[in-house]
Design a protein around this ligand. Sequence first.
Ligand code: SF4
Length: 330
Amino acid sequence: MTRIFSGIQPSGELHIGNYLGAIKNWVALQQQFSGSLFCVVDYHAITGNYDPELLRQRRWDMARSLLAAGIDPQKAALFVQSDIPEHTELAWIFTTNTPLGDLERQTQFKDKVDRMESIPAGLLMYPVLQAADILLYRADKVPVGEDQVQHLELSRDTARRWNGRFGEGFFPEPQAVLTPTRRILGLDGKAKMSKSLGNTIGLLESDDEIWQKLRPAMTDPQRVRKSDPGRPEVCNIFSLHKAFSPAETVAEVDTNCRTAAWGCIDCKKVLHANMVQELTPIRASAQLLADEPSRVLDALADGARTARQIAQDTMREVKSRMGLDPMRAP
Ligand code: SF4
C-alpha cells in the first residue's frame, strides 16, 4: 500500500498560494491513496521567536481551513504534530546519525542564517525533524513544493543511512510528488505568495476583499495602456486563471490579452468570478466548522489516534533494532 504523508506549518488560515500549491493536491491524493496522513507541523513553527497565544490560534485556524478545503477525516488522518511525541523521539535518533555538513549545506538554512545574529540550533535541525515526520509513518510519497525537494533528499539520505546501519529496507526512501500547480506568486507578481510578505489572498476572504486585492494586482508590466498587446506568459493573473478558470476561458484570456481585446480589469473580473465560484463552498464549510468546533476537535483526535498507532509501531521496531528496547535481564 502506497502511503502519503505531508505537513504544513500552522500559519493561520490558508491563502490561495497554500491552497493551489499544496492542499488542492492533498485533497486529490486522499481520494487516490487511502490512509494518507496530513499533519499540522507545529514543532516546526517554534524555531524562532513566537507568541504562544498566536500559535494556539493559528493551529486552530489551519486545522479548520484544511477541513474546509476538503481534507476528509473519513479518507485521511489529519493531526497535529505535537500530539505525537514519537516525532521528536525519532528526530533525536536521526540527529545522532546525520553529518553536520549535510545540514549546513541546506539552501533554506543558509538563506535564513545570513540575516541572523544568533542562530537557533532548531533551525539547523529542521530537516532532521522533517525526515522524522515522514519516516515515522514509513511514507512512500510526499507531496511537496519545489522549494522542499532538497529537504526531501535529506530524508532519503537519512533513510538510506539508518537502513544501512540497522536494517536494510526498513524505511522506504520517500519520493517527491510535485504539485501540478507550480510556485504561485504573490499579488506583487515578484515573490512567492507568503503571509510575511503581505501579498496573499486568504482562502476564506469575502468576495469583495478578494476583488479589492485582485484589482491593483501586478500584471504584464509592459501593458501600460489598454490598447497595448499583453504577454500572458509573464502575467501572474494568467497563472491564477490556469488554476481557477476552465480551459476554454484560459484560451480566451490568452487570445484577448495578446490582441488587447480585453483590458486587465476585464480579465481580472473574469478571474474573480471563477475564484468566487470555487472558494464560496470552502468559505461556507469553514463557517459551519466555526459554528461547530467539536467537528474540528473530533477530526484531529481521530487523526491522532491513527497516526499514533503507526508511529508507535515504527518506534518499537526502530528501538528494537538499535538496542533500545525495554530492558531485559541478560
Ligand atoms: S489581460 Fe490578463 S493575462 Fe493579460 S496582462 Fe492583463 S491581467 Fe495579465
